[in-house]
Design a protein around this ligand. Structure first.
Ligand code: SIN
Length: 311
């Protein structure tokens, strides 16, 4: 019998597959799949203190092996989330990760405090890296990221993931800062800043010009960041997110050092893909006579499959 369960962040995950924040919204349309088979975790769309309608259209264009989005954190706001959405999410039997963003440390404190005391919130993820809002994302500067995470982690006892940006020269430096500030784990990575031009108009295709690239195109970038951070912090829980769309890329993400793997854009093409991949992972481990998923997590740092100790 193969074990695909993962224990980290003080929680038990049925398998390492996680719905990443964004494409699945609040996961409520996927309820029939949750009822049928277990999934590691659901991450909500990012919540902000006030409701946001998001950026003007067009805010989604395709890209080679991916898509460029400029959603702009559209969400109903903290109070509506707590009153109307969270009670429904509570019904889903999975680990519930609530993603939130804040414009400054005092807002981060309020958000983490309110969300952390609400029933049904198993973990928090502070989104420090949305590429689609005004200003530089907090994750691009160690001091700013540190202040946001310190304020949030001081306000709650719920374990806090910090979602970092790929568009930095040294992700390990930022990771070190947020861990020092109290993050319990890291989500790596957010979408990569990109641009497309509309060839008919000759202007940027997205209304706000820049967007965040996601999908298979960013897999090598995400793997590099996960690998680097795992090497620097062997014990820190990592949710590897970026470009995972099929079993091969899921395996690579685990082998690079992710304890959990977030699926984003792939869910828009096939909403059942997370559940399919969880099953395919189990079958793959069984075919290889690997009893426990933990044997492949981070194996790229230990000389490869079947070599050295498990985590
Ligand atoms: C968005 O809402 O613009 C995407 C969220 C993110 O990339 O953090």
């Amino acid at each position: 019998m193969v074990s695909v369960g993962v224990n980290c962040l003080g929680r038990s995950f049925a398998n390492p597959v996680v719905l990443a924040s964004g494409p699945a919204g609040f996961g409520l349309e996927l309820k029939p799949f949750f009822l049928r088979r277990p999934l590691g975790a659901l991450t909500t769309k990012t919540i902000t203190r006030e409701p946001r309608s998001g950026n003007p259209p067009p805010r989604l264009v395709d890209a080679p092996a991916g898509a460029l989005n400029s959603i702009g954190l559209a969400n109903p706001g903290l109070e509506a989330f707590l009153a109307d959405v969270l009670p429904e999410i509570r019904e889903l039997s999975t680990v519930r990760i609530v993603s939130f963003a804040a414009s400054d440390p005092s807002e981060a404190e309020v958000m983490a405090g309110r969300l952390g005391e609400a029933s049904g919130v198993d973990l928090l993820e502070v989104n420090l890296s949305c590429p689609n809002v005004e200003g530089r994302p907090p994750a691009c500067e160690r001091g700013t990221a540190w202040e946001m995470v310190r304020a949030a982690s001081d306000a709650t006892s719920v374990p806090l993931l910090a979602k970092l940006a790929p568009d930095v020269s040294d992700v390990v430096e930022i990771a070190e800062g947020v861990l020092e500030a109290g993050a319990s784990g890291l989500t790596l990575i957010n979408a990569v800043r990109g641009l497309r031009i509309n060839r008919d108009t000759g202007r940027p295709a997205l209304a706000r010009r820049w967007g965040g690239l996601s999908g298979a195109a960013i897999l090598p970038v995400a793997l590099a960041k996960v690998f680097q951070v795992r090497e620097a912090f062997p014990e820190v829980p990592i949710v590897g997110t970026g470009g995972v769309t099929e079993l091969g890329s899921l395996l690579e993400m685990l082998m690079a050092g992710a304890d959990l793997v977030g699926l984003g854009l792939g869910v828009m093409a096939d909403p059942e893909v997370p559940w399919k991949l969880a099953q395919e992972l189990e079958a793959w481990l069984s075919r290889r006579d690997i009893d426990d998923c933990s044997e492949i997590i981070g194996c790229a740092h230990r000389g490869g499959l079947g070599v050295g100790e498990t985590r």
